[in-house]
Design a protein around this ligand. Structure first.
Ligand code: FES
Length: 119
């Protein structure tokens, strides 16, 4: 199995007390259906392009710690590779058992053809 590439992210200070914007990648780096893992100061997230929209969510499943970026996308959102719970990418809620707790979602912003996440 090929080693998974975890991208590092550049921290950008915005002076915004609500959160910091972290640059993830260029918009041209995200194709439809792609899930890219990022580590931001120990927080494991993934950027997902699904049905034309970009989402940033935690990538650790709330059921038993599987890496959701190893899963796949369906109409319900991202599907965990271990026990197949799906999570809605917009609000993080699980749509089927065994997971019962939502994953965290993050605001995504596009500026100058770059993708930022608010952490
Ligand atoms: S680890 Fe994800 S559903 Fe069990």
């Amino acid at each position: 199995m090929p080693e998974k590439l975890i991208c590092s992210a550049a921290i950008t200070s915005t002076g915004d007390p609500m959160g910091r914007l972290v640059e993830l990648c260029g918009t041209d780096k995200m194709g439809e259906g792609e899930m890219k893992p990022f580590d931001i100061e120990g927080v494991q997230i993934m950027l997902v392009k699904h049905e034309g929209n970009l989402f940033a969510v935690d990538r650790v499943c709330t059921h038993a710690d599987a890496d959701l970026s190893d899963g796949f996308l369906s109409g319900d959102g991202v599907v965990c590779p271990l026990h197949l719970s799906a999570f809605n990418l917009a609000d993080g809620s699980p749509t089927n058992p065994p997971a019962t707790k939502p994953i965290k979602t993050y605001n995504v912003k596009i500026h100058n053809n770059k993708v930022f996440v608010e952490v």
